[in-house]
Write a protein that binds this ligand. Structure first.
Ligand code: ADP
Ligand code: MG
Length: 679
């Protein structure tokens, strides 16, 4: 058997794992032996030191060897069963609630020596242990370090430990994949040594080096995959594209504002890529409203002027349409532009496909559907993906394959994430950051308000509407729910309709598509002034006249999410505001978070602060990206290991690393689909 074949086997090959136990493990996402082994104990308890009864410490877990003297099984139902035990220094009672007499007699036979371990209580002048779980006539079974796992219902620690022991007994010795240099930095711990020390430790204070070794492996495997996607992407020589240096000027004249320094820098970096011999594989990252769209459109036009086609993908139809319109407005005269979405009629769609294949369309805007296999381009020179975090890694990998050697890839994302996560999520790409926002931007004023004072908010909105402005009103839930006491969008819509009849629309996840598009278009075309919704409204859409966003139960949202929501306003020249409504009972943590949001309009700062308060798992974007989160590694807590792994990847890349050495590592960390093509 290969090293990894055993580890990737189903746990059902282990003795003692039947169908029902297998199902219970499955509920905890433990399918393979490797999954099992990576379930690191949540607690270690040292039961190895034995004490005499007279020396027992109340409240502590202790181990004693005693003689079983006498049973006391009361006939009354609610009284517990008692077993009186002793050693040569005193007496100890074992108390059993809800245990069968037969069972008690079996584990504690009269006049036999047994070793017991448990938490010591003192009751009516005597030591006792209640419902002891660790009793054995064989001292050695008790006197050791015990491991606790975070259990699923129906798997006891005993069973978990037994199965774990079974799994560990058959573990093959894994050939080392880490370089001697890295291994040394990690304390020279081999994989096998790490695993054994974590599950079968010989002391309770476990050296960090064991867990670090395993975590490092997990990070390195992720980075290796990234590195190889990148290598594959860059391996072929392409035809450099020509750059038209007048474009920026042309566009600035057309749209009436000058690009910011960061926008110009982004265009410069993109131009360097597309005029080089290597394909571009670049992430353009910038906070909401930083002006990524125009950068991408200028890049697209460069590619078009060099006689290539461009595909522009957005996560929603409405956003695709908005980009389409903007591009048409700027470059429409000289360029063939089309929009292809799920709503495009069959006949028209057929026509567009035909023209794409004949190179009669220069740029097509659309949604996911653009990347179906049946859509063929004659001369695709660039793929642009907006709001990339909505799509996920697999799609990015597909992207890297579509389009052939001459196709550049530019993806955009507004989700600010810390550096360790950047390395993880986008380690395969080059990155351009847009930090500054356009100068004319007014700060969005952020207020918090008790929902009881909703009248004030209504009055405020009345004024906004008189000034011909628009308002988003966001609620966490669709319908009123008894379980969760969030303000529902429907209830709020009905309430606000009393004040703003005919000026208000409602959007949530259950509104059918046609109705949804109608409402959004009404809002976009200013037929209505207020849009009440759940969080379904897409990020990215530009509503220049939206000057106010009200967010109910603001404390229920993540900080980054609130920041993204807030980014829907304040895109034009007008003063904008964000009103965070809350109920009076705010937790300390919630107050802190709202304060951070009030104090800053900088998405990166907010993301970092959010992470500190909530942990990375909740961060917007990480979950949405579709990428599996790490099992063990934590981008905040293990920052040093991420940085070490990044260095190691660079070394491997420099030495043109042979991946076969990492075969087992890559297979184990469950990235088989990507790996097959790499090794
Ligand atoms: P995002 O980076 O979130 O995608 P957009 O590209 O949608 O942001 O830009 C947000 C708004 O800012 C748009 O209305 C756009 O026209 C405007 N904008 C972009 N660049 C500038 C600039 N340099 N000066 C002024 N306004 C700009
Ligand atoms: Mg955008």
């Amino acid at each position: 058997m290969n090293n990894y074949e055993y580890l990737l086997s189903d746990i059902s090959i282990l003795k003692g794992v039947g169908k029902s136990l297998q199902a219970r493990f499955k509920r905890k996402n433990i399918n393979t032996i490797f999954d099992l082994i990576l379930s690191i104990p949540s607690r270690y308890i040292d039961r190895s030191n034995e004490s005499k009864i007279k020396d027992l410490h109340i409240g502590k877990i202790q181990t004693i060897t005693v003689n079983v003297e006498k049973y006391n099984f009361p006939r009354l139902r609610n009284l517990p069963n008692k077993v009186i035990c002793s050693d040569d220094t005193g007496k100890l009672d074992c108390i059993f609630f809800n245990s069968y007499e037969g069972y008690i007699k079996k584990i504690l036979p009269i006049n036999k020596q047994v070793t017991i371990s448990g938490r010591i209580n003192f009751f009516r002048g005597r030591y006792q242990i209640t419902n002891p779980t660790h009793i054995n006539s064989d001292k050695n079974k008790i006197k050791k370090i015990h491991t606790n796992y975070s259990l699923t219902e129906g798997i006891s620690d005993n069973v978990f430990n037994k199965i774990m022991t079974e799994a560990l007994n058959n573990i093959p010795i894994i050939n080392e994949w880490l370089s001697p240099n890295i291994l040394k930095k990690l304390g020279n711990v081999s994989w096998n040594e790490a695993i054994i020390n974590l599950h079968k430790p010989n002391k309770t204070r476990i050296d960090k080096k064991y867990i670090n070794r395993i975590i490092f492996d997990e990070i390195l495997s992720t980075f290796l995959i990234n590195s190889n996607i990148r290598k594959n992407f860059k391996k072929n020589i392409k035809i450099p594209k020509k750059i038209n240096s007048n474009l920026v000027h042309f566009v600035e004249n057309k749209i009436g504002f000058n690009l910011t320094n960061d926008q110009n820098k982004a265009i410069f970096e993109i131009n360097s890529d597309i005029s080089s011999k290597k394909r571009m594989f670049r992430l353009l990252q910038g906070d909401v409203g930083s002006g990524k769209t125009i950068v991408s459109l200028i890049s697209a036009q460069n590619v078009i002027l060099d006689k290539y086609q461009v595909a522009f993908m957005a996560p929603t139809e409405i956003l695709a349409k908005q980009h389409f319109k903007l591009f048409k407005k700027i470059f429409g005269k000289s360029v063939n532009v089309e929009l292809l979405t799920g709503k495009t009629q069959y006949k028209e769609k057929k026509e567009i496909l035909k023209r794409l294949a004949n190179n009669e369309i220069d740029i097509v805007f659309g949604t996911h559907s653009l990347f179906q296999n049946k859509i063929k381009f004659r001369k695709l020179g660039m793929i642009i993906v907006d709001e990339q975090h909505k799509f996920g890694v697999n799609q990015r990998k597909k992207l890297s394959e579509k389009g052939g050697t001459n196709c550049e890839v530019l993806v955009m994302s507004a989700t600010p994430i810390p550096r360790t996560m950047m390395m993880t999520l986008y380690g395969d790409m080059d990155v351009t950051l847009i930090k500054s926002k356009p100068k004319n931007r007014k700060e969005i004023k952020t207020y918090t308000k008790d929902v009881n004072k909703i009248n004030d908010v209504v009055n405020f909105i009345k004024k906004e509407i008189n000034n011909n402005n628009q308002i988003f009103w966001v609620c966490p839930l669709i319908e009123e729910s008894k379980k969760v006491d969030h303000q529902s969008s429907i209830v709020r819509y009905n309430y606000l309709t009393k004040f703003f009849k005919n000026k208000i629309g409602l959007l949530h996840g259950s509104v059918v598509k046609d109705e949804r598009d109608r409402v959004l278009n009404d809002f976009l075309n200013k037929k209505i002034n207020i849009l009440v919704s759940t969080t379904v409204i897409e990020v990215g859409i530009d509503f220049p006249d939206a000057t106010c966003i009200v967010i109910e139960d603001a404390n229920k949202f993540g900080l980054s999410q609130l920041h993204q929501l807030r980014g829907r306003v304040g895109r034009g020249y007008k003063e904008s505001s964000c009103i965070l409504l809350f109920r009076s009972s705010l937790s300390e943590n919630a107050r802190k978070r709202l304060k951070i949001l009030k104090s800053s309009n900088d998405g990166f700062f907010i993301a970092e602060e959010d992470l500190k308060l909530r942990g990375y798992g909740d961060l917007l974007g990480f979950q949405q990206s579709g990428q599996k989160t790490f099992r063990l590694a934590d981008p905040i807590l293990n920052e040093d290991l991420f940085i070490l792994a990044e260095k190691e990847i660079k070394t491997i890349e420099k030495n043109n690393g042979n991946l076969s050495k990492y075969n087992t590592l890559l297979k184990m960390f469950d990235r088989a689909d990507i790996i097959n093509e790499l090794i």
